[in-house]
Every structure is written in structure tokens, then in C-alpha cells.
Ligand binder design. Sequence first.
Ligand code: UD2
Ligand code: MN
Length: 585
Amino acid sequence: RRRRRGGLLGVVGLVLVGLYWLAPKSRRQQQQQELLRDEKALELQLQQLSSVVWAEALRERRPVYERPQAEPGALGELGSPVRLELPPGPEREREEQSVQDHQINIYVSDRISLHRRLPERWNPLCRVKKYQFHYLPTTSVIISFYNEAWSTLLRTVHSVLETSPDILLEEIILVDDYSDKEHLKKRLENYISGLKKVRLVRTTKREGLVRGRLLGASKAKGDVLTFLDCHCECHDGWLEPLLDRIKEKESAVVCPVIDSVEWNTFEYLGNPEEPQIGGFDWRLVFTWHAIPQREQKQRLSPTDVIRSPTMAGGLFAVDKKYFEYLGSYDSGMEIWGGENLEFSFRIWQCGGTLEIHPCSHVGHVFPRQAPYSRSKALANSVRAAEVWMDKYKEVFYHRSPHARLQAYGDVTERRKLREDLKCKDFKWYLENVYPELHVPEDRPDSFGMLKNKGMENYCFDYNPPSEHQITGNKVILYPCHGMGQNQFFEYTLNNEIRYNTRHPEACAAVDAGTNYLTIYLCRDEGQNVPDNQKFIFKEDGSLFHTQTQKCLHATANALDGNPAPILKDCTDSDHQKWFFKERLM
Ligand code: UD2
Ligand code: MN
């Protein structure tokens, strides 16, 4: 019966593939969609079949260690949330202290098994993918850590050992980046000495994650380097797709889908739908995006890789030789930040591809906030901009004026690397890899602080509701600080006042019946600017709102007593004269 089902499946598959190739080119797209629809139908059959196939695959892909059975009633099993709701008292204080110390609820983490199982969070089609285990490259998993809590670190290690096929995992290299916590000294050495394939190296001073990872890479014996953060949990089958893709294409750098593990409850939050890809905004902050249409059109199946303009940074696999060829990492980068965009630009500009494999899922604990100082991030971003972005680095500097003053060390070597590898320029990258990113015009005297002549030292200022939501709040006037960010605006040739330090870009608008500015998303490329977002910046410095035929007037007692730009009848008052300034002095 099993055979007959398999046969049927084969026939259906053959017919589909045949149909696809017979179809004339013009109909390819339609065929592609049909194929995807048929795949959904197949999915049902596969679900029945897959338990059998999976059992077979399991034999082939025996992990380094079998995952022990869960204790009855174990907390957090299958990624379920743990809510202890402790009454006030010493235990509750301990819990709160752990959050203070790590920005992760380590008290909860300590009560969850280091071997817990995760829920199934990949596309069901991933389950029936077959790999030629004996032909795949081997990998060294490299985990650099600094002052990580015991349970999150060791859960990462066990989850790698219990989900990675023994024949593919060469070793796990733990790199202690000069931690000062007692539990990471002798106790850690003793613990891992009882584990197969796990090695520990230590830096002799605090190096930061870039040089930490490089130290690990220098000891690695596997064909492929797989980097992970030290608070991860690997989903079943996470490793094979990464190695399989690299075997297929040596110059592919492949990331797993990053599922979130909630910092307070350790709930495993991923979902099997299409993952998001990486981008950035012009502050050089990493952002997430939906997969663009142009990329979806290239893919035939939901199990195909997704090309991504950038990576989040922590989790990826790369052929060891290719990593070296590409110039590994910029070892002039300190502690945290910037290396992910630098590496992403370099991969694409120097001939590689950066991809996300939808069949590889790994959970990562995103902490409540940064647990240690990240003040080096700006200098790291400047290094990336100076080496890879050509004239587009100005767009970044406009939005972070203080970055210009940042000492960033010597980048001669990295520029030489770019030349030696004959890498493409940033314009090519923007046009071919990340066409969705809007490149601001930044015309002279049309960006920066938007100041008023009548209310000197006050600037347009906008505070978005959150890091994830930009729109909805009102524009106010606030003492100018010259740091870009919330006070950065751009006036465009399309007569918009854009708030575009972030992604997606936002525009000032006047809602019907109001006289103040509310921030909305800007119109899409190629669409007309809505009338309520249109302002004419006149020779005399006035900002004329065409729809209402009124002018923006700097008003001291405007919104709840706060100063703000308000629409009023046009006069030649200095309060209606505006000008842009890039820097304070
Ligand atoms: C994200 C990345 C992270 C890195 C960072 C930008 C993910 C899931 N995480 O921030 O890997 O690319 O963006 O730089 O994509 N570490 C050290 N030494 C240090 C500081 C950190 O070894 O001085 C370790 C740290 O213990 C962890 C890893 O480096 O294992 C990444 O640090 P993180 O988890 O604080 O960064 P994260 O996830 O906020
Ligand atoms: Mn992390």
C-alpha cells in the first residue's frame, strides 16, 4: 500500500514536471501558479505519507545524541509558554533579578529542560525533502558568547547535538569572549568534557563577536562554517537544507529562518508561512520585509531558497574556503553591530548570493533590551559605509550627522580587498539586489533639521509610536538637537515632507478637519502624491499646503500646549518662514 501511494505520487509529480516544461514560455507564470496550487493538494497526501518517509529519514540522519524523553508535565515542552506567576517574595525577586541581569527571563529558562522538543514550524513540504547525507559537506558550528546564562547556552549546545545528523556535524566550537561569570569557567569545562564533539576556546581579552567568531573559525575542521548565537534552539532538520544548498552552490551564504523565542516565557513563536527577508534603513539599521513579488516569481516551490538583500547576522552557514576568499570578517569591528550589513553588502557585491532557506528553522531569544553596551555599533557601521557604499554613504551620514565625527580606524585593507576581488559597486547592489529600497534625493538645503525663523532653535520633530510602527503620531516642534533621527526630514521634488530615517518611509499629511501634521506612509513609487501630503516650499520660505491653501505656522501653544507646525492663513510672519539645516553649527 505504501509503495502504491509512492508510485501514484511519482506519476503525479512526473506529469506536473512534464506539463511545466512543455508549456510555452509566455505561459510559464500561469503554470508556476498552478504548480503551487497542485502542491497544496499534494501536501495533504504528503502529510499521510510523510510519517513513513520521516521515520526512514530519521534512521539515516541519526543525530549525535538522541533527545531524551520529556518528563511528564515538563515546563515549556513543544515550545509552550511558561508563566510562573510567582507571588511576591524571594522567588519572585530572583526571577526579576534574572531579567535585570540578562534581559531574558533566565529564572524561567532554568526551569525548562535543556532537551525540550520544539513544535513543528516548517512548511510540511520540507519534511519530505530527501538529502544525500553521504555526499553533503560537514560543518563546524561556531558559537561565540559573552557572559551568557548557563541554561540558554547549554540548551543551544544540546539542541545542536540532538538535531544535527552525526555524519554532518564535525564539531561545535564554543568561543568564550572573555566572560567574567563563574559558571562559564571550570564548571563549563567540566560539563562539556562529557559531551562528544564539543570544544571550548577562550579569548584572552574581550574581542567582540567578530573576532570571537574568527577565532572559532580559525580552529574549525568542517567544510562549512555554521554560526549561531549562544541562545538558540534548532528545529528538527535545520542543518541539512543549509549544507545541501551550499553543496549545490558554493558561493551561497545561507541563513535559516529565525523563529523567535519569547524572552519572558520561552514560548517558541515561529510559523510555517513564508518567512521574511532582510533589508536596512538609511541609518544602517537592519529591517525585516515581506518577500517581494520579483523574488516570488523566481521561486517554483515554497521549499526553494529566498534571496535576501541582507542578513540579521547571527545565524548562517558558509563554505569555509569561500568565507576566507571573501575576506571572512572585518576584524576592525568591535563588540556588536554593523558586521551583518558589511558582510551582506560584500557577499552580493563580490559575486556571492545571500539566501534564506525556508526549510531550516532556528529559534533565537530576542532579549527585552540590549544586555550589554553596544556603543561600538556606530563606528562599525561607518566602516561598512566607508568601504562598500561609495557616494551613498552620504545618505547615511545625512541621517546620522554624528557618524561623521566617529573615529573608525583604518579601512585601507578592506578597500584593497574590494579591489582585489573586483567587487561591484553599491549602485549595482541597490538596483539589482534591493530595488525596493527608496534612495532619497537629499538635494542641497532640502534635508536635515527643518527650522523656523520666528521660533529660533525649534525644529520639526516626530516620535513614532514604536520601533515597529512609524505612522499615526503628530509632528511637533522641539528644541533642535542636531542628531538627525527624530528631527530628520526631507523635502522632495514630489512636494512631500518626508520623515525618512527609517523604513518604511513616512510623510507629513493633514487630515481633513484638522490643522496639524500627522505622519502617514508615503505613496508608493510611481503613484501620485495624495493632495493632503502636498506642500509647496516657496522662495520666501513658506510651506504652502495646496489642498487647504494654508501655510505652516510655528505655533507655541499648539498641541496640548506644546509647540507644533499648524496650518494658518498665509501671512509674511517669520513664523511661516522655514529652512533646512544639516548640522547644528
Ligand atoms: C543580532 C544578531 C547577532 C549579531 C548582531 C549584530 C541574530 C539573531 N543576532 O544581534 O548575531 O549579528 O545582530 O552585531 O541575527 N557576543 C560576543 N562578544 C561580544 C558581544 C556578543 O561573543 O562582545 C556574542 C553573544 O554572546 C551572542 C552573539 O555574539 O552569542 C551575538 O550577540 P547578541 O545575541 O547580543 O546579538 P543580537 O542577537 O542582539
Ligand atoms: Mn542574539
